[in-house]
Design a protein around this ligand. Structure first.
Ligand code: PLP
Length: 344
């Protein structure tokens, strides 16, 4: 059965062009740093992000963790948002692997301001950990995008305190579409960043960590420590080249589809769409219809060929991506509307 899968943009399947590129990829051994396709992908990633160098990583989580290990010494504290992926969804890895603790900024809009940075940088005191790093995220997992001004303000303040800035840019190309800016314009406000090719860019596996040549050389050693040294990774990098050269140019379609989905969902009685975080391909909404069977909703949708996640604290998240077209959305809207009438 072919499913319409709205759970995440990580579910995107490799495109035909990717599969063909993978089949004919020229490979070497990336641990010997001689896989030509990996090198090509790393060079392109660095160029698109305005950085000197890049390294191919198996996952966004590993790229984030290798970056923190490279920037920080054990015992440092890092400043980041309470709901940032690094803080909330990486199983506490930064504490386990890099030995850092977290100064968590807890704000409803998740925007880290210059004031937040200033208030959380530690002074000289034998009781305090050293502040080692500011971590920003853009686009935010909440569906919001930080403006260039917001990024600059946090970056400038960090620099005033001599602090490096890292960007978890898993969806930086979605942020770029929303801002009408390039990835490099966003990345000018960080010293290093990671982005994923395995999400809306449809590659099967992988993320790129980008920064200075020296930083990437040190991150390469940390990738080795984490067991992320891959061999004939050119097979995967070939798909990544299609992600960067082709798929970045179509992301706006996912945003338009998400706008359409949000607008049409909002017309269904009982549904309230969260318009405050509608910047990219993520749509958050609540179903407030009385008697609605939240528990059975995902299973009922799956029976009709639609995969969704259950609500988190009463909020559903539908994600548009390369494998979701307008007709799929229309089908989903009809199903949701019918289910609310039936169950509500
Ligand atoms: C903002 C953000 N950072 C990092 C990651 C981690 O990526 P991966 O699943 O490849 O480890 C994700 C994954 O969803 C993410 O949304």
């Amino acid at each position: 059965m072919k499913y319409i899968d709205l759970r995440s943009d990580t579910v995107t399947l490799p495109t035909r062009e990717m599969r063909e590129a993978m089949a004919s990829a020229v490979c070497g051994d990336d641990v010997y740093v001689d896989d030509p396709t990996v090198k090509q992908l790393e060079e392109l990633a660095a160029k698109m992000c305005g950085k000197e160098a890049a390294i191919f990583m198996p996952s966004g989580t590993m790229a984030n963790q290798a970056a923190i290990m490279t920037f920080c010494k054990r015992g440092d504290e890092i400043i980041l948002g309470r709901r940032a992926h690094i803080a909330a969804y990486e199983a506490g890895a930064a504490a386990v692997l890099a030995g850092v603790s977290y100064a968590l900024i807890d704000k409803p809009d998740e925007i880290i301001t210059a004031k937040d940075v200033a208030e959380n940088v530690r002074g000289e005191d034998v009781h305090f950990p050293d502040t080692g790093l500011l971590c920003l995220e853009n686009a935010l997992g909440s569906g919001r995008v930080l403006s260039l001004e917001q990024m600059k303000a946090a970056y400038d303040e960090a620099k005033r305190h001599g602090l490096p800035v890292y960007l978890d840019g898993a969806r930086i190309f979605n942020a770029a579409v929303h801002l009408g800016a390039s990835a490099a314009e966003i990345a000018q406000y960080c010293d290093a960043l990671m982005f994923c090719i395995s999400k809306g860019l449809a590659a099967p596996i992988g993320s790129l960590l980008c920064g200075t040549k020296d930083f990437i050389a040190r991150a390469r050693r940390n990738r080795k420590i984490l067991g992320g040294g891959m061999r004939q990774a050119g097979i995967l990098a070939a798909a990544g080249l299609v992600s960067l050269e082709v798929m970045t140019k179509r992301l706006h379609i996912d945003h338009e589809n998400a706008d359409y989905l949000a607008a049409e969902l909002a017309k269904i009685p009982g549904i309230s769409v969260d318009d405050t975080r509608r910047d990219i391909n993520l749509v958050f909404f609540a179903i407030e219809s009385e008697g609605f069977d939240h528990e059975n909703f995902p299973a009922a949708m799956a029976e009709k060929g639609v995969k969704i996640n259950g609500a988190v604290k009463g909020v559903y998240r539908f994600v548009t991506h390369n494998d979701i077209g307008r007709e799929d959305i229309d089908y989903v809207l009809t199903l949701v509307g019918d289910y609310i009438i039936m169950e509500g």
